[in-house]
Design a protein around this ligand. Structure first.
Ligand code: HEC
Ligand code: HEC
Length: 264
């Protein structure tokens, strides 16, 4: 009897443990308990210490060599000194940061931090000297679409495709641009996240960047359903093909009907 009881007890314990693990919040982000009462800068400093310092260093100057701690091996990350609000805001609002492994390609996902936490982290990290660039304020409405198309083909389409659908390049997945806001396009062009090259104002001026954003927004945003049959917005080609296909079916039907009449 005893072994059976042990077995049963083990099974129950395993179930309880599994349940407990499941009930853990999945976000994986550490928050100070008195978050709401903390001033912005202090909240940013604590969120940084709990979620970023293991890879970017206690003082933000980066950590090139993995370090063994009681928590295991802590990762590597570049220095955040001087990257400015431009970069911190981009990496947090796209959900790119934090990553769990230093080699991991940052990918877009729902941000793990709420609005106030993002502002706090941006404020804290960009307060570390030296001062860095602010969040850009692009004006795509002033852009020129034809120029934007040419510049996009020249500088971006090699990786992102002329239609901004993304794909793969050596060593990286290239994301589609449909979820990127105008500000995020401007940020990414200047920052060059992960394997993307960064473009200086000499290579692409702010005016040219406005045109690029205007073009990218036009081609990448999902088109609204313009009447007709919603076939999941597969694009102009398949939608056109449905029309042709329907046309063909109607033609065949007409032929069959005429054929019957003639025979009758
Ligand atoms: C050498 C290939 C390459 C070129 C050239 C390139 N990109 Fe990228 N781009 C990438 C990769 C790879 C990423 C993903 C970065 C990451 O995961 O951290 C990216 C990310 C982005 C993002 C963020 C999208 C998101 O939602 O995550 C935007 C916006 C963007 N690129 C715009 C541009 C524009 C505009 C140009 C041209 C001026 C350009 N890129 C040129 C490879 C490239
Ligand atoms: C597991 C390690 C790791 C953790 C944790 C982590 N990062 Fe990173 N971070 C990296 C690596 C690696 C890169 C370089 C990736 C790239 O080039 O896109 C990076 C890049 C960045 C950049 C871009 C720097 C630049 O040069 O423009 C910012 C900003 C950033 N991280 C902010 C944060 C913040 C804020 C947190 C905490 C919420 C955080 N990271 C947590 C490893 C980490």
């Amino acid at each position: 009897m005893a072994p059976r009881r042990i077995l049963l007890a083990t099974a129950v314990t395993a179930l309880v443990l599994a349940g407990a693990a499941y009930a853990q919040p999945r976000s994986g982000v550490v928050r100070p308990p008195d978050e709401a009462r903390l001033p912005l800068r202090e909240l940013g400093s604590q969120l940084y210490a709990g979620n970023c310092s293991a890879c970017h260093g206690i003082d933000g100057s980066g950590q090139r060599v993995p370090r063994r701690t009681t928590e295991g091996i802590e990762g590597q990350g570049p220095s955040l000194r001087g990257v400015g609000a431009r970069s911190v805001d981009f990496y947090l609002r796209t959900g790119y940061m934090p990553i769990s492994e230093p080699e991991e390609q940052p990918t877009r996902r729902r941000p793990l931090f709420n609005e106030r936490e993002i502002r706090a982290l941006v404020d804290y990290v960009s307060s570390l000297p030296p001062p860095g660039p602010p969040i850009p304020q692009p004006h795509p409405e002033r852009g020129n679409l034809a120029e934007g198309y040419e510049l996009f083909v020249e500088h971006c389409a090699g990786c992102h495709q002329a239609t901004a659908q993304g794909g793969v390049t050596t060593g990286a997945r290239v994301p589609p641009l449909e979820d990127a806001s105008a500000v995020q396009i401007a940020q990414s062009v200047r920052i060059g996240p992960y394997l993307m090259p960064k473009f200086s104002e000499r290579q692409i001026s702010d005016e040219e960047l406005d045109s690029i954003i205007a073009y990218a927004e036009l081609v990448s945003k999902r088109p609204p359903d313009e009447g007709g049959w919603g076939i999941g917005n597969l694009g102009p080609v398949p939608e056109g093909m449905v029309t042709w296909w329907l046309g063909a079916v109607v033609l065949v039907l007409v032929c069959v009907l005429i054929g019957r009449r003639l025979r009758a």
